[in-house]
Design a protein around this ligand. Structure first.
Ligand code: TXA
Ligand code: MG
Length: 309
């Protein structure tokens, strides 16, 4: 496996691999994905084994064009139309009724499919070159941190892919917001790159969460997820000698200063935890960010990173 520049020639190499049923790691604006031809059930199976991911945890299908939706979606809704027009390409995933065209392995047997149009030129060019939508979960092993740099892709993943396209550091730095738009009762299934406030403003009304213990509407939402090897704990103050992410001036090389802005914080969070993790630390303390709406996705990831093992 090689890390390749995303030159037009290398994008063609990657497209050939995808169309031959192989896997490719791709950059997106959120995190790196591990991609396969979404219409090829055998290729999709390879994603689950590379990630060690349970088969009932559905994948996101990535498109480069609205026209591709005709094949994938059985029922397009008004809410989907509003949100896709407002936020695509971008870090928003829409859950809709699926067509027959998408194999059951992609959706973990659900009758819905999660779709997004990524805001990254390399991802869009690759999807276009393939001429098929790409199924791509984050390119991490099950439950671990998602990579936000090509070099962060774990060796166990790297050895299973034809190549890694290097699109540089991911701008958003955590995963897309997953929204159920199968009906007018729009629900956020996973907070992410587009905030609740932005979605509510686009819809012109407030919206609720999916009931966490209701029917398993979003099977990938585990208490522990997006986690480094080290334990993660959110605290009011990180002591001077401790390893951690802080807002103030670092007092050792094992402290990383984080920006006091939710988008800037999100954009470096996984890379910062990855850096400390690679120093084989036992615990990472994170200075508590404000408990305010725009920090919702960051809080979600911090809770899961420190979730029960
Ligand atoms: O930013 C992202 O979304 C990244 C990049 C690569 O696009 N992808 C990503 O995929 O985070 P993944 O597989 O790690 O997370 C997708 C989550 C699943 O765990 C599940 O919770 C939800 O999306 N999901 C997928 N299909 C669904 C469906 N049909 N119904 C409800 N939730 C679904
Ligand atoms: Mg993931």
């Amino acid at each position: 496996m090689a890390i390749l520049d995303p030159s037009p020639a290398n994008i063609m190499v990657a497209a050939d691999a995808i169309l031959a049923g192989e896997l490719v790691c791709i950059p997106t604006e959120t995190v790196y994905g591990i991609a396969a031809d979404a219409t090829n059930a055998e290729a999709v199976e390879k994603i689950f084994s590379a990630k060690n991911r349970p088969a009932d945890n559905p994948l996101i299908v990535h498109v480069s064009d609205f026209i591709q939706l005709d094949d994938i979606v059985a029922e397009w809704t008004e809410a989907a139309d509003l949100l896709a027009n407002r936020f695509w390409p971008g870090p928003l995933t829409l859950v809709l009724r699926k067509s027959e065209f998408i194999p059951d392995s992609v959706t973990g047997g659900l009758d819905t499919v999660a779709i997004r149009m990524p805001d990254h030129a390399v991802a869009l060019e690759l999807i276009e070159a393939c001429g098929v939508p790409l199924a791509a979960p984050s390119a991490n092993r099950f439950m671990r941190l998602s990579p936000t740099r090509a070099e962060m892709v774990a060796p166990e993943i790297a050895e299973r892919v034809a190549c890694i396209l290097d699109g540089g550091p991911c701008r958003v730095g955590l995963e897309s917001t997953v929204v159920d738009v199968t009906s007018n009762n729009v629900k956020i299934l996973r907070p992410g790159g587009v905030s609740r406030g932005e979605i509510q403003a686009a819809l012109g009304r407030p919206l609720g969460d999916a009931p966490p213990d209701g029917p398993r509407r979003s099977p990938g939402n585990y208490d522990r997820h997006y986690a480094p090897r080290a334990a993660v704990r959110v605290v009011d103050e990180v002591p001077e000698a401790a390893v951690g992410l802080i807002f103030g001036e670092p007092t050792s090389s094992r402290q990383i200063r984080m920006p006091m802005d939710p988008e800037a914080f999100a954009s470096t969070l996984y890379a910062a935890m990855h850096l400390l993790d690679s120093q084989k630390v036992e615990e990472i303390l994170v200075q508590s960010p404000p408990d305010e709406g725009p920090w919702e996705a960051v809080w979600d990831r911090l809770r899961r990173a420190g979730g029960e093992r």
